[in-house]
Design a protein around this ligand. Structure first.
Ligand code: MTE
Ligand code: MO
Length: 532
C-alpha cells in the first residue's frame, strides 16, 4: 500500500517521488528544453549569443595549450564538432543528475538550472559579449525550469509507474502525480518542442550571415600589382599543388566555432594604441586608400613536413605601412597587434609592416575576401606563420610593445616571434605509391616567404643531391614549383628534397615538430617502381 495514503498527515505535503529513472528522464528533457530555448532566443536578434556556443568557445579559449593541441591533432578539423557534441552530452548528464536531485525537492533542480544559466551568462560576457548578448542564457534557464517543474509534476509515482493507473487516483497523491500515459505525452511534447525550437533557432540565425553584405561589395581593381604573375609559374604537372590554391583546397585554421559574420555595414577598422592620430575606417574608407595586389603564400605553424597547411593566393589590399604612416607610430612601439571581432589576436614586429608587403587584405584571387577567410578584412604578412600575422575578421590594429601584450597563442606556449622556415615538399610521386618504370616527374613546391627560393635539390636513395628545375618565381613571397625528370628503375626507392632560400641558406636538416615555432627537416618518402 502507498505510504502517503496510509499516513494522511504526510499525504497532503509529500507523496512518493517519481522513480529515479523517470526523474532522470525529466531532467534530461529539461536540459534539452533549456538548450533549445537558448538556441531559439539566439535566433531572435543578432546581438544574442547561444549559450552552447558561448560555453564551447570559452572552453576553446580556456583550454591549456597542450589540450588544445591534443584536440586538434586527434580530431583534426572535426575538433569543434567533437567539442559541441561533448558539451551536449555533458548537458544531458547534468540534466539527469539534476532531475534525480529534484525528485523530492523540485527547487533544487530549478536552482541547478539557474547555476547553468549563470554559467552561460558568464561565458557570454567572458567572450566579450555585451550584457544584452546573454539574454538567451537567461531564457534557457527559464525554459529549462518550466519544463522540469511541469515534467516532475506530471511524473507518475512508483505505484503508478509499476501498476499503471492502479493507485494513481484518489486525489491524495503528490500534486499532479499523473498517470504514466499523461507523463509520456508531456515528455513527448517537450521533446518535439525542443527539436523544433532548436532547429527554428538555427534557421533564424542564418538571417545574420554576412553573405548578403559580401554579395553587394565590389573590391576595385588594385592601383598596382606588386608582383604580376609571370607565365611559367606552373609546370602544370598533375598532382602538384596549383600555383594559386583553389578556395576549396586552401587550408583553414581558426578558433572560431561558428564563422564570424561581419557585414560591412557598421564595421570599422581602428588603428590605435601607440599612435599619434587614431584612425577609424569604414569599409569604404579602406577601399578609398591605395589598393595593391600581392602574391603571398600563407602557411600555418602547425604544418608538418610534407603537410598541406599551406596555400597561395593573390591578395588585394591596403599596405599596412600606409595605414601606420597615416596614424603616426610612436617610436617606442615594437609590436603590431591585429584584433579580430572574435577576440583572436596576432602580433608581429612593427618592422614587418615596413620591410615587406604586409597587407590589410580585402580581396583574394579577385573576389571580396570569402567569409571564412575573414570578410570584410584580414591581415596577410609574408614570411610569418599565420598565427602571429594573419588575423581574420579584423577589427582593430593596435600599436603596442611585446612587453605589454601577449597575442592569443603566446600564453598557450607558442613562440612570440615565428618566421616561416624554408621548406620543400614533394607532391609527386606520392608517399608509398607504386609507379611504372621509365621517365617520370618528381615534383612539388618550395617556400621561404620574403627570402624566395634559389635552389631545390633532390636525392634518390643514397645518390648525390641533384638540382631540380625551378618554375618562374612570382616574387619572394610566393612558393615556387620545382621538378626533376627521373628515369625510374624497378625496385624500392627513397626520395628526399631540400631547398636553399634566396639568401643562400640551405634548409635545415634538423627535424622539429610544429610546436613551438614550426616544423623543420627534409621531406623523404618511399615509393616502389614496378618491374617492366
Ligand atoms: N580571427 C582569427 N584569425 C586567424 C586565426 C584565428 O583562429 N582567428 N588563425 C590564424 C592561423 S593559426 C592561421 S594559420 C591563418 C589561417 O588562415 P586561413 O584559415 O585563411 O587559411 O589564420 C590566422 N588568423
Ligand atoms: Mo596556423
Amino acid at each position: 500500500m502507498d505510504i502517503s495514503v496510509a499516513d494522511p498527515t504526510r499525504a497532503s505535503v509529500t507523496s512518493p517521488p517519481p522513480r529515479r529513472l523517470t526523474a532522470a528522464l525529466a531532467g534530461v528533457l529539461a536540459a534539452a528544453a533549456a538548450l533549445a530555448t537558448g538556441e531559439l532566443a539566439a535566433g531572435v536578434a543578432r546581438v544574442f549569443v547561444s549559450p552552447v556556443e558561448a560555453v564551447a568557445e570559452s572552453i576553446i579559449d580556456l583550454a591549456p595549450g597542450p589540450v588544445e593541441r591534443f584536440a586538434v591533432e586527434t580530431f583534426g578539423s572535426d575538433n569543434k564538432l567533437v567539442l559541441v557534441a561533448g558539451t551536449l552530452v555533458i548537458a544531458a548528464l547534468l540534466g539527469a543528475v539534476l532531475g534525480m536531485a529534484a525528485r523530492r525537492r523540485p527547487l533544487v533542480g530549478v536552482a541547478g538550472l539557474a547555476v547553468l544559466g549563470v554559467l552561460g551568462v558568464g561565458a557570454t560576457l567572458f567572450r566579450g559579449g555585451e550584457v544584452l548578448a546573454a539574454v538567451p542564457s537567461v531564457m534557457a534557464a527559464l525554459g529549462g525550469a518550466i519544463a522540469l517543474l511541469a515534467l516532475l509534476r506530471a511524473a507518475p509515482g512508483p505505484a503508478a509507474a509499476s501498476q499503471e493507473g492502479a493507485s494513481g487516483g484518489g486525489g491524495l497523491g503528490r500534486a499532479g502525480a499523473g498517470s504514466r500515459r499523461s507523463f509520456l505525452i508531456l515528455a513527448g511534447s517537450v521533446a518535439a518542442a525542443t527539436a523544433a525550437g532548436a532547429a527554428g533557432g538555427r534557421a533564424l540565425a542564418t538571417r545574420f550571415t554576412a553573405a548578403s553584405s559580401r554579395a553587394v561589395v565590389t573590391v576595385p581593381s588594385a592601383a598596382q600589382s606588386l608582383s604580376p604573375i609571370p607565365d611559367g609559374v606552373s609546370f602544370g604537372i598533375d598532382g602538384v599543388a596549383p600555383f594559386v590554391t583553389p578556395f576549396d583546397q586552401f587550408y583553414r585554421v581558426d578558433t572560431a566555432l561558428t564563422i564570424p559574420q561581419v557585414p560591412v555595414e557598421g564595421w570599422t577598422l581602428s588603428v590605435g594604441g601607440m599612435v599619434v592620430d587614431r584612425l577609424d575606417l569604414s569599409y569604404d574608407d579602406l577601399l578609398d586608400r591605395e589598393l595593391v595586389d600581392a602574391d603571398i603564400t600563407l602557411s600555418c605553424v602547425s604544418n608538418t613536413v610534407g603537410g598541406d597547411l599551406v596555400g597561395h593566393a593573390r591578395w588585394t589590399g591596403v599596405r599596412l605601412a600606409d595605414l601606420l604612416d597615416e596614424a603616426g607610430v610612436d617610436p617606442a612601439a615594437d609590436q603590431v597587434v591585429g584584433r579580430s571581432v572574435d577576440r583572436y589576436t596576432c602580433g608581429f614586429p612593427v618592422e614587418a609592416a615596413y620591410d615587406r608587403d604586409t597587407l590589410v587584405a580585402v580581396g583574394m584571387n579577385g573576389e571580396p575576401l570569402p567569409i571564412e577567410r575573414g570578410f570584410p578584412a584580414r591581415l596577410v604578412t609574408p614570411g610569418l606563420y599565420g598565427y602571429v600575422s594573419a588575423t581574420k575578421w579584423l577589427s582593430a590594429i593596435e600599436l603596442t610593445t611585446f612587453d605589454a601584450f601577449d597575442q592569443y597563442w603566446v600564453p598557450r606556449g607558442w613562440d612570440e616571434q615565428a618566421p616561416v622556415k624554408t621548406m620543400a615538399r614533394i607532391d609527386v610521386p606520392r608517399s608509398l605509391e607504386s609507379i611504372p618504370p621509365g621517365e617520370t616527374d618528381i615534383a612539388g613546391v618550395a617556400w621561404a616567404q620574403t627570402r624566395g627560393i634559389e635552389q631545390v635539390e633532390v636525392r634518390i636513395d643514397d645518390g648525390d643531391w641533384v638540382s631540380a628545375e625551378l618554375a618562374e618565381a612570382s616574387g619572394a613571397d610566393a612558393w615556387r614549383q620545382w621538378r626533376l625528370r627521373w628515369d625510374a628503375t624497378p625496385g624500392p626507392h627513397r626520395i628526399s628534397v631540400r631547398a636553399t632560400d634566396g639568401t643562400g641558406e640551405l634548409q635545415t636538416e634538423e627535424r622539429a615538430e610544429p610546436f613551438p615555432n614550426g616544423a623543420s627537416g627534409w621531406m623523404t618518402l618511399r615509393i616502389t617502381v614496378d618491374d617492366a
